[in-house]
Design a protein around this ligand. Sequence first.
Ligand code: GRF
Length: 201
Amino acid sequence: MSNFKHKNMPIKIALFASGSGSNAENIILFFSENPHFEFPIIISNKPDAYVHERAKKLKIPSFTFSRDDFSTGETILAYLKKLNIDCIVLAGFLLKIPQSLIEAYPNKIINIHPALLPRFGGKGMYGSRVHEAVAEAGVSESGITVHYVNNNYDEGNIIFQAKCPVIPTDTPDMIADKVHALEYEHFPKVIEKIWGKGFEF
Ligand code: GRF
C-alpha cells in the first residue's frame, strides 16, 4: 500500500556529511524560509568533521555514527524512523550506504558526485581524487551529477547534471572550485524540484 505525503506536510530530510559540510549548510540556508522542508538532523561518520561546527551555528542537531553502525544500518535506521525522516541527502558523505537503508528508503536517497558520471566515479573516487583524475584525463569539461543511491557506488539513476569548462591549465583545485560553485547553485534546486510537491512513499 502506498501513502502520499501531501505538499502541505513538511518533508523531513536527514543530511549525511563526512567533511566540511558546505553543501549541507548551503542546502539548509536555501530552505530556511520554506516551511515544506525540514532538516531535523545532520548525520556524520566523523566526530571531528567541520560539518558539526556548521550544524551548531545553524542550530541543527548533528550526530556521529560509528563505522560499525554504518555497516549494518540497523541503529541508524531506527534513529531515522524515530525522527520520522522521509528522505536522505548525501552531501559529501564518504561511506557506502547500507542495504537496510536503501531498502527502507527506495528512491528517497540522493547523492551528489563532483564530476560527470559515469566517468570519474566508483569506489575510491571522492574529494580531490576526482578532480585530479579529471585534470589528468585532459577532458574539456567537468561538472556535477545528482543521482539516486543504489547498492553500487555512483551507479544509481541520474537525476541531474550540470557542466563547467575545464582548460588545460586548470589545477585540480581550480576544477574543484568550479564544481563547488555548480553544487551550491543547483543541488538545493534539484531537491526542491524532486520533493517539493509531495511524493508517494
Ligand atoms: C563535494 O564536492 C561533493 O560533491 C563531494 O564532496 C564534496 C563535499 O564538500 N561528494 P562539502 O563537505 O559539502 O564542503
